[in-house]
Design a protein around this ligand. Structure first.
Ligand code: ZN
Length: 276
């Protein structure tokens, strides 16, 4: 029988057809016992109800996603980003998740100063460290594809994430979430994965469709696109990583519309064929 013990399916993969409880039930009945709760789904029912649903089903939370942006301009916007991330760190701890998938955010509306946005995000990340340390939650910084630099993440490569973590110099708090969809294009990726080493907190996979219609919301199922997810995962495993491999598919017009049991069954099959 195929060993699916490392398989984790992000709750957002079942985004449109399942609320929190339905997603947990669907995963459990299909034998997938790990998920990454999606903040909006937790907020719909409250964190203690969410934790109870996980516990009752025997499904564990690997990480919580996504963190809030940190690039807002000015004291008030900066404070709001920090406060929201503190709330999400506490939420992750309450769900039993080891990490919060942390995004810098993009450029605020009307802003053209990319260096300034990067600096604000960096400084505010540093400010979050004590809270995360006290909560026992790792901040897994996730670089995203450059096409979403403007509105999701002002860092776009594992190389940049490694540089930031060198400078933040708090290995007990900061890690990296490496998503094959976000960084498959990166020159020198193998070397940057090796350099990340023990920083690797989370591993996300899906596929890049050659003729994608939306770089954010048209992710493909493993095997349908051009990413070699098996090679990607083996490179990560070579660093000593042995944690969950998390399937995260944003697919507004395809997978999100399908029957959730069909989606999970397809992921299990593709995971065996294209990842293990
Ligand atoms: Zn991701």
């Amino acid at each position: 029988m195929t060993d699916l013990s490392r398989l984790c399916i992000h709750m957002v993969t079942l985004n449109e057809r399942c609320d929190f409880g339905a997603a947990v039930d669907c995963l459990a009945r299909n034998g997938v016992m790990q998920t990454a709760p999606w903040v909006a789904k937790v907020d719909e029912i409250g964190v203690s109800a969410a934790r109870k649903l996980l516990d009752d089903a025997g499904v564990s939370a690997v990480s919580l996603a996504p963190g809030a942006g940190l690039t807002g301009i000015g004291e008030e916007a900066g404070r709001a980003g920090i406060d929201e991330n503190r709330r999400l760190i506490d939420m992750a701890a309450e769900l039993g998740a080891a990490s919060l998938v942390t995004l810098t955010g993009g450029l605020p509306e009307g802003d053209h100063d990319l260096d300034g946005a990067r600096k604000r995000a960096f400084d505010r990340l540093a400010e979050l460290a004590p809270h995360a340390r006290a909560a026992g939650v790792r901040l897994a910084l996730e670089p995203l594809h450059p096409m979403v630099c403007g509105f999701r993440s002002v860092i776009c490569s594992v190389s940049e994430a490694n540089d930031w973590l060198d400078q933040l110099d708090a290995p007990d708090v900061f890690g990296i979430a490496i998503d094959s969809y976000a960084v498959w294009w990166e020159g020198g990726l193998a070397g940057e994965i090796e350099r990340a080493g023990e920083r690797i907190a989370n591993v996300h996979i899906s596929d890049w469709l050659r003729d994608t219609s939306d770089v954010r919301l048209d992710r493909g199922m493993m095997g349908d696109g051009i990413i070699d997810n098996r090679l990607f995962c083996r490179r990560i495993d070579a660093t000593g990583f042995s944690g969950p491999i998390e399937v995260e598919i944003f697919s507004a017009r395809n997978w999100w519309q399908r029957d959730p049991d069909e989606v999970v069954e397809t992921i299990k099959t593709r995971f065996a064929e294209h990842v293990l």
